[in-house]
Design a binder for this molecule. Structure first.
Ligand SMILES: [Fe+2]
Length: 440
């Protein structure tokens, strides 16, 4: 039986912060224990039947459809259209597979479809057979809503988080690393793919990688083999040479995905790509600039404290000069939101950092925080949950964090965030930004 959280002392807090009006609802309570890893019954079906269907944005007006078949001769075609059962378009894709010790993956299909209309429901079928799926493309205009949850895993709490996300109206899922917690057991990638299919086949899931995606074995296996084969992201479409870092644009938002476990020093490909990508951002077209990576830079939890320092020392000046609005990270199994911050101090021209590694994985929550709470830390709580980020217009976004209060989603933290485009920060830093980003 799942343990029930016991509420001890609920505190309702309303504060005025320097960045605007903030309503905070906090609570002290006994944290729920980890829930068991889910077991998935073996499902008898034809070997050519599509499994683990998920979709991701793939450049302007295109969507990548990914699925797996046991049958290695199954075709990588997607039929699609805007009416159920009437497929007026067809696209041919590519496929891959991999072996990992004694495991052989199925055939992993990646097929890009489009051009697609905005804010439109499409019906599609993979490989010419099996179930019909449907997805909605994001709007070209504001508002747009991102669902955010990292460190998901595949436990009872993961299911709870996914059920709560399914209740909200969102356009794109952002996942800042640690997906399946397969941890070398490759069949867990398959069960994770099945677990997320109902959501990930209906809305684009844009992910970056965490430590649980590494799965490297010294002298035998390089890292991220399974992740790269299964979760292909639009890196080629964004001028990157690696699936471990890329960017995309959707409805007035430029979103950058970075890799915490690939080289990020000033001579690295990732660093050079980031500079080039930031330089191409047009804040008139995309007023919102959002960055995701796995290991948080601002973390006052005892868990993983300081792990992001080296990456922060190298890359934070670039993000600051480019006036990044929001940074989303995972890794720490708890929730924390900062004020706008830079170089370790509250700074009205820095980014709001949010750690949201509390998707519900098997390792449980990170309960212990550093005290006193740092000046830059605005709200922190060790509970499972998910976030919702709505870019309402070019200047205002609404962030909320929804705690898994037993099996109910409870909005526990919320804040309006004002884009730096509407402030003097962008104008003031414009010259420095170009100087910094163009430097060899
Ligand atoms: Fe992690």
């Amino acid at each position: 039986m799942d343990p029930k959280p016991l509420f001890l002392n609920v505190l309702w807090l309303i504060t005025i912060s320097s960045s605007g009006f903030v309503v905070r609802v906090g609570a002290e309570y006994v944290r729920p224990l980890p829930r068991k890893t889910l077991h998935f019954p073996w499902n008898s079906r034809p070997s050519s039947h599509p499994q683990q269907v998920h979709i991701s944005l793939a450049g302007d007006n295109h969507m990548r459809i990914t699925w797996i078949t046991d049958d290695k001769s199954a075709p990588s075609v997607v039929e699609y259209g805007t009416s159920p059962g009437r497929y007026i378009s067809v696209a041919q894709g590519e496929s891959t597979s991999y072996g990992y010790l004694f495991y052989s993956s199925g055939k992993i299909h990646h097929t890009v479809i489009g051009p697609l209309d905005h804010n439109t429901v499409y019906y599609y079928r993979c490989g010419g057979q099996g179930s019909e799926f449907q997805f909605k493309t994001p709007s070209a205009q504001f508002p747009i809503t991102f669902a955010v949850a990292g460190d998901l895993g595949q436990t009872g709490w993961t299911k709870s988080t996914l059920d709560h996300i399914d209740l909200c109206k969102y356009d794109v899922h952002l996942l800042p690393g640690d997906l399946s917690y397969a941890d070398y057991v490759q069949s867990r990638w398959d069960t994770f793919g099945e677990l997320v299919q109902p959501l990930a086949s209906a809305r684009p899931w844009m992910v970056t990688q965490g430590n649980h995606e590494k799965e490297n074995i010294p002298f035998i296996k390089e890292g991220f083999q399974s992740y790269n084969a299964r979760w292909k992201m639009p890196y080629e479409e964004s001028g990157s040479s690696s699936n471990l870092y890329y960017s995309f644009e959707v409805a007035g938002s430029h979103v950058i995905m970075l890799g915490s476990y690939t080289d990020y020093d000033e001579q690295s490909d990732q660093y050079r790509w980031l500079k080039a990508d930031l330089l191409m951002v047009d804040r008139k077209r995309t007023p919102w600039l959002i960055v995701l990576f796995h290991v948080p830079w601002y973390n006052s939890n005892n868990a993983h404290h300081g792990e992001g320092d080296r990456m922060m020392a190298t890359m934070e000046p670039l993000l600051y000069d480019a006036s990044v609005d929001i940074v989303l990270a995972g890794h720490v199994h708890a929730y924390e939101r900062t004020k706008r911050v830079n170089n370790g101090l509250p700074d009205p021209c820095g980014a709001v950092h949010i750690t949201i590694g509390d998707g519900g994985n098997k390792e449980g929550l990170a309960h212990h925080y550093q005290n006193p709470q740092p000046k830059w830390s605005e709200f922190r709580e060790a509970s499972f949950g998910h976030g919702e980020l709505t870019m309402v217009n070019s200047t205002h976004a609404f962030w909320s964090w929804h705690r898994n209060d037993d099996d109910e989603p409870v909005r526990s933290d919320q804040v309006w965030i004002t884009s730096l485009v509407g402030s003097e920060c962008v104008a003031e830093k414009g010259h420095e930004r170009r100087k910094s980003l163009l430097a060899p």
